[in-house]
Design a protein around this ligand. Structure first.
Ligand code: GAL
Length: 351
């Protein structure tokens, strides 16, 4: 063991991620030592899919559905997840570029730091599609996501239906994620007029590092103790953070009494909605996102231009964009939406 050369933690982690994710990717495995051999058919468009993490339930769906669509369109794809580490995500981009990808589809961990991925990709003549989350301050080629401000508007609107006034807490997502900024912006668009006229008092307002449910739980504990448990409603940015918030509310006997929002229609999130512990979640049909982004990726890989009907300024340029519609889920429409679409199955939800 002694004569193994000292290897940086990142490189060691990267090799472990490579070995693990190489097992998941749909391309044939030649031998793990010679990366370029992993690509079996040079005539097929080769798509690199870079995920921030596989920690949240939805990203497994994104991975499976996107890979399936790329294959259907005659392409080949490799997916790598960075486990929330920026330097690993940049290294993974370098590796896929060296392997000869024709396009990179990226879910950035950090909206600003990931700009480096666009730079190194463009130096190699590889275009970049920002998937679900926007890469800021870079010449991103295309962006595809859901209308993220609308997500926030839907969350605030559904909560106000239950509690039209009182003390509100906002438990946001990761500030490094541009979506978390947009979700909060959308919620505040609805709440601000009520805050201005004193109907609603925003007694706690905090982002959650890395979307971590345990951190959301601690932040909610702070909010409760800071306000003598006098909190009437919580806008939590996704189901993960909502789960943490509801655990804290349970700790003071308020779970099911204080309305809480969520997002992603995770199984546990929807189960809490039908049990009355969580007021709502936001369903984002990922199959639509996967289909449209795979079409986009294959066209870009073939050097074709993609027509888009929208654009968004990322701090450097107006990025051509496609936005899909999010859907509010409450106890009333669970069967007509996520169950009917086969996104979740009835037995699991109503177990
Ligand atoms: C956001 C995404 C959400 C949520 C979150 C945590 O960017 O839009 O759906 O899952 O990340 O991973």
């Amino acid at each position: 063991m002694k004569n193994i050369p000292k290897m940086s933690l990142t490189s060691l982690f990267l090799i472990i991620v490579m070995i693990v994710t190489a097992g998941c990717s749909s391309t044939e495995k030649a031998s793990s030592t010679n990366h370029s051999k992993l690509i079996t058919d040079d005539s097929k468009p080769y798509v690199g899919f870079l995920l921030d993490t596989l920690k949240d339930e939805r990203w497994y769906k994104d991975k499976a559905l996107f890979e399936e669509e790329i294959k259907k369109l005659g392409g080949q794809v490799k997916t790598l997840a960075a486990n929330g580490l920026d330097e690993v995500q940049i290294k993974q981009a370098q590796l896929l570029i060296e392997e000869g990808v024709d396009v990179l589809v990226v879910v950035p961990h950090d909206a600003v730091i990931s700009a480096e991925i666009v730079e190194i990709a463009h130096e190699a003549g590889v275009k970049v599609v920002s998937y679900d989350r926007l890469i800021k301050n870079a010449d991103v080629d295309y962006y595809i996501s859901f209308d993220n401000e609308k997500v926030g508007e839907i969350q605030a609107t559904e909560i106000l239906k239950k509690v039209p006034n009182g003390n509100f807490a906002y438990i946001g997502g990761a500030e490094s994620d541009n979506n978390a900024i947009l979700f909060r912006q959308g919620a505040m668009k609805v709440l601000q007029p009520l805050i201005d006229n004193g109907t609603v008092k925003l007694v706690h307002d905090q982002y959650t590092d890395d979307w971590n449910p345990d951190i959301a739980k601690e932040n909610m504990k702070t909010a409760l103790s800071k306000n003598g448990n006098a909190i009437n409603a919580v806008i939590a940015a996704n189901d993960g953070t909502a789960g943490g918030v509801i655990e804290s509310l349970a700790g003071v006997g308020l779970a099911g009494t204080v309305p809480v929002s969520g997002q992603d229609a995770e199984l546990e999130g929807v189960r809490r909605v039908v049990q009355g512990l969580q007021t709502m979640t936001v369903y984002k049909p990922i199959n639509l996102l996967a289909v449209k982004s795979a079409e986009m990726a294959i066209m870009v890989a073939k050097g074709e231009e993609v027509k888009t009907d929208k654009q968004i300024n990322n701090g450097k340029i107006d990025v051509p964009a496609v936005f899909l519609d999010p859907i509010a889920i409450t106890n009333e429409n669970v069967r007509d939406t996520v169950i009917k679409d086969g996104y979740l199955n009835e037995a699991d939800v109503f177990k």
